[in-house]
Design a protein around this ligand. Structure first.
Ligand SMILES: Nc1ncnc2c1ncn2[C@@H]1O[C@H](COP(=O)(O)OP(=O)(O)OP(=O)(O)O)[C@@H](O)[C@H]1O
Ligand code: SF4
Ligand SMILES: [Mg+2]
Length: 320
């Protein structure tokens, strides 16, 4: 197991009526697993908590959020309990991370080649000439033409597609075992999106590294991922192999997502903000669930058979 996230819980700190800080559950039980060399699609509506989960795992929570509990075992080591200095050694080296607005990753005041060199030298001592050669090599494998020339460019001189290729190169240059890509094609035109996703998929397979692709687009999951984890209102409500979940979705939200796609989750689709979680109300999907009964006033556990599991009292999951 490369990464095993168990019952990850995070509170968001909001301001109460008297101006006092009030914790409110933002992640209320996120569970998913990534097996070496496999790609997981973490999917869900706007504000479901996908980016928050990735940030929590990587120790990148803003002060407006607080880790409450859970485990994130990366090759057996709990990332949530690592010291900041140990985590700094993991982040950007053993785990590559592409943030949701990837272009913001690049320093506008530094040439892209220099940024790729710096990404290596902060993690290990490396001779400058070798780092520069590796920077050009990764640019070339990211499909950037004339890498030596482009290494001298400033970020603003590059097209959005090339910028995103550099961002991917930055995430891969230290040969991570796991790459987390949060909406890696946001803001790009459709043709460039396909090119970037093809490239990401190819590189993950070629390097045999595990990947998490965070997306709102089920088509991306179907095409590029082996496993899926479906998030709703701060919880993973269903997870399993893509083929199995698409063929026999066990959670009503997954079923509605599949039948509505791409209108609800597609790139240009309508965004629905899930209701704030009220734990005392039982299942968080109850207000929208056509199958809800009295029993759903009690929060359902994650139940499953083998690798396929769902958080619903009435989920019937056949063993694969
Ligand atoms: N790094 C972070 N630190 C603190 N709070 C965060 C962080 N990232 C997201 N949040 C907050 O977590 C809540 C859930 O939002 P999140 O960004 O995780 O949704 P999402 O599922 O990624 O949605 P989208 O598809 O729109 O990107 C929001 O209130 C958001 O402001
Ligand atoms: S537990 Fe009840 S409300 Fe929740 S998804 Fe299942 S049927 Fe719907
Ligand atoms: Mg997000």
């Amino acid at each position: 197991m490369l990464l095993d996230v168990q019952d990850l819980r995070v509170d968001r700190i909001v301001t109460g009526p008297q101006g006092e800080p009030v914790p409110e559950p933002a992640l209320a039980g996120v569970n998913f697993r990534i097996v070496k060399g496999r790609i997981l699609g973490l999917v869900g509506e706007h504000a479901a908590g996908k980016s928050l989960a990735a940030s929590a795992i990587l120790g990148l929570l803003r002060p407006s959020a607080r880790l409450v509990g859970g485990r994130a075992l990366f090759e057996g080591q709990d990332l949530l309990r690592m010291s900041e200095s140990d985590l700094t050694r993991v982040r950007g080296a053993r785990i590559g991370f592409v943030v949701q607005s990837g272009h913001a990753t690049l320093d506008p005041n530094s040439r892209v080649g220099a940024q790729l060199v710096r990404a290596q030298s902060i993690h290990r001592p490396i001779v400058k000439a070798e780092a520069a050669w590796r920077a050009e090599t990764i640019m070339s494998s990211m499909g950037i033409p004339e890498p030596r020339l482009r290494a001298q460019a400033w970020p603003h001189e590059l097209t959005p597609g090339i910028v995103q290729r550099v961002v991917l190169g930055l995430a891969l240059i230290n040969e991570p075992q796991l790459l987390i890509a949060d909406e890696p094609t946001a803001g790009l035109d459709i043709t460039t999106q396909v090119q970037i996703l093809d490239l990401l998929h190819l590189e993950l397979r070629r390097r045999r590294i595990g990947g998490i692709i965070i997306t709102r687009d089920l088509g991306v999951v179907a095409q590029y991922c082996d496993d899926i984890a479906v998030m709703y209102a701060g919880q993973v409500v269903e997870q399993g192999p893509v083929m199995q979940v698409f063929a026999r979705p066990a959670h009503p939200f997954t079923r509605s997502m599949i039948s509505d796609a791409p209108e609800r989750l597609g790139i240009a689709g309508r965004q629905i903000v899930p209701p704030r979680m009220e734990p005392e109300q039982g299942c968080s999907y109850r207000p929208r669930c056509a199958d809800a009964t009295e029993r759903c006033l009690v929060a359902p556990p994650l139940v499953g058979a083998g690798v396929h599991a769902a958080r619903c009292h009435f989920a019937r999951i056949a063993a694969a």
